[in-house]
Design a protein around this ligand. Structure first.
Ligand SMILES: [Cu+2]
Length: 312
């Protein structure tokens, strides 16, 4: 009898928890993108699995009570029941179809980017985020892992004219304009990562060697966390960023603070030149010092020779 009561209590408790938890804030964060469909599909899954859970557990409690041990009572042997099996198979299939079908429609929308959507790229590496915007021409330059070095961390093709005005955001803070659909291109240069902003609902794995993508439209302003949603090594927990959704003009002002690929290459070149100049100046100074040391030595030696001559 104890087990029967426990099972009934677990069922009632689970259902109560599900309906009461949102009132104490145990629910999704308020959505900030167009992907309400994703919430809808999860709610459908909650309903299907919730009903099945309640029915199965209560049925189990009923059976434990109904068929409990009783003196002189024997179990009936029933090896086959085609009708029952047909019902169970049919209902299970229906449940699976109800859960999966909406997801297929949503997935189709998720990867069908609307025409005129802006583009930007998210670059992941252990354990940081950086971003790239296409610049004035609206076209991203091509990239390849073989171009990646200290001066070209995004691996942009230096000969691609489209890439020269690409704006490089070497910072974990991303800004996006409000109400503009954006296609997010996802790249990783080491291991699997996953770009996830809980308020946008959308997320996708980033796979080294390929570019994955999805799209969304930010629908309210605010600052949200960017999380890596794929266990990617020791620093995984620390792979955080922020995304600020703001008006178009605020976004443009922010973007203007960062340098383009061409500017960063030029900066790197002047940087290298400065280092070269510094090194050659140091070499010069060292050789002057060496010369004067030699001269000092020289005069000491000749002085000693003089002294020796006098005392001979
Ligand atoms: Cu990661």
């Amino acid at each position: 009898m104890f087990v029967v009561i426990a099972l009934v209590l677990v069922t009632v408790g689970t259902v109560l928890f599900h309906f009461l938890a949102p009132t104490i804030g145990w629910w999704w964060t308020p959505i900030a993108s167009n992907w309400g469909y994703i919430d809808d599909t999860i709610i459908i899954t909650f309903w299907v699995t919730g009903v099945v859970f309640v029915v199965v557990v209560l049925f189990m409690a009923y059976c434990i009570f109904r068929f409990r041990y009783q003196e002189g009572k024997r179990a009936a042997y029933q090896p086959e029941n085609n009708k029952l099996e047909l019902w169970l198979t049919g209902l299970t299939a229906l449940g699976v179809v109800v859960m999966l079908t909406p997801g297929l429609f949503v997935w189709n929308q998720f990867v069908t980017v609307p025409e005129g959507a802006d583009e930007f790229e998210v670059m992941a590496q252990q354990w940081q985020w950086s971003y790239r915007f296409p610049g004035k021409d609206g076209v991203m330059g091509t990239t390849s892992p073989r171009f990646i070095d200290d001066d070209n961390p995004f691996g942009l093709n230096p000969d691609d004219a489209n890439g020269q005005d690409d704006v490089l955001i070497d910072d974990a803070e991303l800004h996006l304009p409000l109400d503009r659909p954006v296609k997010v291109l996802l790249r990783s240069i080491d291991v699997l990562h996953d770009f996830y902003v809980p308020q946008f609902r959308a997320k996708m794995d980033m796979v080294p060697g390929t570019v994955t993508y999805f799209w969304f439209t930010p629908i309210r302003t605010g600052t949200f966390d960017v999380l890596c949603f794929e266990l990617c090594g020791l620093g995984h927990h620390d792979m955080r960023g922020t995304v600020v959704v703001e008006t178009q003009s605020e976004f443009e002002a922010w973007l203007g603070e960062y340098s383009t690929f061409a500017q960063s290459v030029a900066q790197a070149e002047t940087g290298a030149e400065n280092v070269l100049n510094l090194v050659s100046r140091e070499v010069e100074a060292a050789s002057v010092e060496k010369k004067s040391a030699l001269m000092r030595l020289d005069s000491t030696v000749s002085h000693e020779i003089e002294v020796k001559r006098v005392f001979r």
